[in-house]
Design a binder for this molecule. Sequence first.
Ligand SMILES: C=C(O[C@@H]1C=C(C(=O)O)C=C[C@H]1O)C(=O)O
Length: 285
Amino acid sequence: MSLHVGEIAYTNTLPFFFELDRSSLEQHGICITQNVPANINHMLASGELQAAAISSFSYGKNEKDYVVLPDLCVASAGMVHSLLLFSKVPINKLEGESVALTTSSETTVHLLKIVLKRFYQVTPCYKQEKPDLANMLTSHTAALLIGDDAIRERHADAPYVYDLGQLWYEWTGLPMTYALFAVRKDALESKVEEINMLHQSLRKSYLRTAADGYRQISRYLERKGMASLSFWDMYFEALLHQPTSKTEQGLLYYFQLCYEEGFLEREVPTLSKWRPTTSVIKYKQ
Ligand SMILES: C=C(O[C@@H]1C=C(C(=O)O)C=C[C@H]1O)C(=O)O
C-alpha cells in the first residue's frame, strides 16, 4: 500500500524536495503529487493524500485529523518576497475597495484579512480570482498573489506593493509560518515506515541544500530564468525552513486571531506533533 504525498509546486518548499531520490521513494511506495497549496490542502483533507506540505491555515482547520511532521516549515521573520499585495492605493485607503485574492492560497488570504482589519482598521470587499495580476487589477483596486506567481510579478507596475511577511512582523514582532507538513492521523498506524522514510528524506534534502547555502538550488532556478542568482540568494536567506519556539509562537498567535475573526471554528492552542518511531529504517538515500 502506498503513501500518497503532496508537494506544493512553489519554490518556497523546494529545499525539502530538491534532493529527494524520487524513484527510490517510489520503490518504497511513496508517491509524490505536485499542485498549488489550495488543491493540496483539499486533497489531504479529503483523504486522497495521506501526508503533504500544506497551508498552515489548513492545519488549523483540520487539526483534529492531522499531526504535524516536526522540524519542517516554511516561515519568515520579516520579508518573505513571495506573498505580495499589489495595490492602486495605499494600504490604509482600502476600506470598502475591491481586493482580489488568489485562489491558490489559504494561509495568506486570511493573513491579509487579519492584517487589514486588525492592524490598519480597513475592511475591503474580497473576491477570489485566478492568479493573473493584469486581469485582477483590471476589475479590482488591489490583488494578492503568492508563491511563484508573486515572484514573477514582483516588478509589476503597481503603485504600491506590500510584503505580507513584513507587515505581520512589523505589527506582531513574531515570525509567520505559511506552510508545514501534516500527516493524516488515520494513516499513522498502517504507514509508519513510509512516514519515517518520508520525514527523514525531507529533512535530509533540506539539510543538504542549506549546507551549501542554497547554491545548487539557486543556480538551478537561475537557469530556469524566473529570477537572478542574487534574487534567489536573498529569497532563501529570508525563509526559515526549520521551526523554532518563536515560529511556533507566531503560528499559534495567527491561529488565535483566525479564531477570533471566525475563520477557524475551534481554537488551536498547541500543535500536535508526530513522534518519529525508533524502529529500524530500511531506507537509505
Ligand atoms: C511563502 C509562501 O507561502 C505559501 C503560502 C501558502 C498560503 O498562503 O496558503 C501556502 C503555502 C506556502 O508555500 C509563498 O507562497 O511564497
